[in-house]
Design a protein around this ligand. Structure first.
Ligand SMILES: [Fe+2]
Length: 386
C-alpha cells in the first residue's frame, strides 16, 4: 500500500516551502474567490501573508477571516459565516492549527447547506454540495487536514460536536514544514504527543481495519523517529517534515478507526483542569496501553508490533515485554519534552478523580476502546496515574 493511498478523499502534497504554490493548487481545484480562515497567531507569525501573496500571484481574489479561537465554538463558525456570506467564496482555505481548519469546515457546512452547526452532527450530514477546501496545517497534531470531521463546541454548553461528511474532507492538504518552525517548544511537544496518541490509540480500536492499521503503524514509526529530534532541535526542517507527515498519517488512521480511552480521559482533564489536549493525551497514554494490554491479547500483540516496528523492542521479544517497551518509550517522550509523567502535579482528590472518570466514560471515543471502559475502569486508570 502507498504511504498516502490515492483512494483517500484528500490529496496530500508534501513540500518544504510549498506555501508558495498555494495559488497554483487552488487554481487546479477551480477556485477563483478564496476565503482564507485563520487565527491571529498565524497572522502574527507572517505565514498568512505568504499564503495570501501566493493566492494573489495566481490571480485569485482573497478575503481573510482571522478571528478563530482555540477550541473553536459555534460562535467562531457564525462569525466566519457572516464574512463568507458577504464575500461569496467559491473555495475555502483553512490555514493554521486544528482550530482554523475545523472552523473552515464548519463555515463550509453552513454557507453551503444553511441551518445551524448542530444540524451537521454525525457522519454524512451535508444536504448540498460543499465548497472545495484546502487545508494548510501549521501544527503537526490533530490530523484534521485529512479528515471529514470538524470538532466544534456548542458556544452555550461547551459540549464538543463532531460534524462530518465525506465531502467535508479537504480536497488538498498542503504540508509545508517551514510553517511549523515558529511553533513554541511547548506547543511542538503537546501537538507531537497528541499525534503519537492518535497513532497508538487508532492502532487498537474496536473498528480498526487493515487500512487503519497501515496508517497507524506508518504514523507511529515516523512520529517516534522524529519526536526526540524536533524537541531537541526545533529548527530541524527534516524532523519537522517528519512530524507533519506522521500527524497526517495518524489523522487518516483516525478517519478509518476512531480513538480510545486516552482521548476520553483527555477531554475532561482539559475542560476541568486546563491541561492542554496533547499533554493530557500524552500523560494518560502509557497507563491506557498497560491497562488495555493486560486485558486483551490481540491488543497486546498490536502494541508489541508497534514497539518492534519503531525499533523499541527486539523482533523476538515476547508480547508482554514489547508492550512494556512501548509504554516506556511513551514515558520517555514526556520526559524529553520536560512534561510530568503522571497527574500528581494536579493534586486531584478522590472526588475530583470520580468526576473525571464519570465524564471520561461519557465521551464518544470511550466506545471504541478495545477493552470496555466504564466509570470504575476510568477511576482505576486515573488512580494509577495519580
Ligand atoms: Fe487528539
Amino acid at each position: 500500500m502507498e504511504l498516502f493511498a490515492r483512494s483517500e478523499k484528500t490529496r496530500v502534497v508534501e513540500e518544504i516551502g510549498g506555501v508558495a504554490r498555494l495559488g497554483e493548487l487552488v487554481r487546479e481545484l477551480g477556485g477563483r474567490r478564496v476565503l482564507l480562515v485563520t487565527d491571529p497567531g498565524i497572522v502574527a507569525a507572517g505565514h498568512v501573508e505568504r499564503g495570501e501573496a501566493a493566492l494573489r500571484a495566481a490571480g485569485l481574489v482573497v478575503e481573510r477571516f482571522a478571528d478563530v479561537h482555540e477550541n473553536p465554538t459555534t460562535a467562531d463558525v457564525a462569525r466566519g459565516l457572516a464574512v463568507a456570506r458577504d464575500f461569496g467564496p467559491d473555495l475555502l482555505v483553512g490555514f493554521g492549527g486544528g482550530s482554523p481548519i475545523d472552523v473552515a469546515k464548519g463555515v463550509n457546512f453552513r454557507v453551503s447547506c444553511g441551518g445551524e452547526m448542530s444540524d451537521y452532527r454525525g457522519r454524512a450530514t451535508a444536504t448540498a454540495s460543499l465548497l472545495p477546501l484546502v487545508a494548510v496545517p501549521t501544527t503537526a497534531g490533530t490530523g484534521t487536514e485529512v479528515q471529514s470531521f470538524a470538532l466544534i463546541a456548542d458556544a452555550a454548553t461547551h459540549q464538543k460536536m463532531a460534524c462530518g461528511d465525506p465531502s467535508a474532507a479537504p480536497k488538498i492538504a498542503l504540508l509545508d514544514a517551514e510553517l511549523t518552525l515558529t511553533l513554541p517548544p511547548f506547543v511542538t511537544a503537546c501537538t507531537g504527543l497528541d499525534a503519537i496518541g492518535h497513532a497508538v490509540e487508532s492502532a487498537v480500536t474496536k473498528p480498526r481495519t487493515t487500512v487503519s492499521a497501515h496508517y497507524a503503524r506508518a504514523a507511529f514509526e515516523v512520529l517516534a523517529a522524529n519526536f526526540p529530534r524536533v524537541v531537541d532541535v526545533p529548527t530541524d526542517l527534516a524532523a519537522r517534515a517528519g512530524m507533519l507527515r506522521g500527524a497526517a498519517l495518524a489523522g487518516l488512521a483516525i478517519e478509518h478507526s476512531m480513538l480510545g480511552a486516552a482521548h476520553s480521559l483527555a477531554n475532561p482533564l482539559t475542560v476541568r483542569h486546563a491541561l492542554p489536549h496533547g499533554q493530557a493525551v500524552g500523560t494518560m497514554l502509557p497507563y491506557v496501553v498497560r491497562f488495555n494490554a493486560t486485558l486483551e491479547p490481540a491488543t497486546r500483540q498490536t502494541y508489541a508490533a508497534l514497539a518492534r516496528s519503531g525499533g523499541f523492542a527486539d523482533a523476538h521479544a515476547p508480547d508482554e515485554q514489547a508492550t512494556e517497551a512501548l509504554a516506556t518509550v511513551l514515558i520517555r517522550f514526556l520526559r524529553l519534552a520536560g512534561l510530568p509523567v503522571d497527574l500528581k502535579p494536579l493534586g486531584l482528590d478522590e472526588r475530583a478523580l470520580r468526576a473525571l472518570a464519570g465524564e471520561a466514560a461519557e465521551q464518544w471515543t470511550a466506545q471504541f476502546n478495545p477493552t470496555p471502559v466504564d466509570p470504575s475502569a476510568f477511576e482505576r486508570l486515573l488512580n494509577s496515574a495519580s
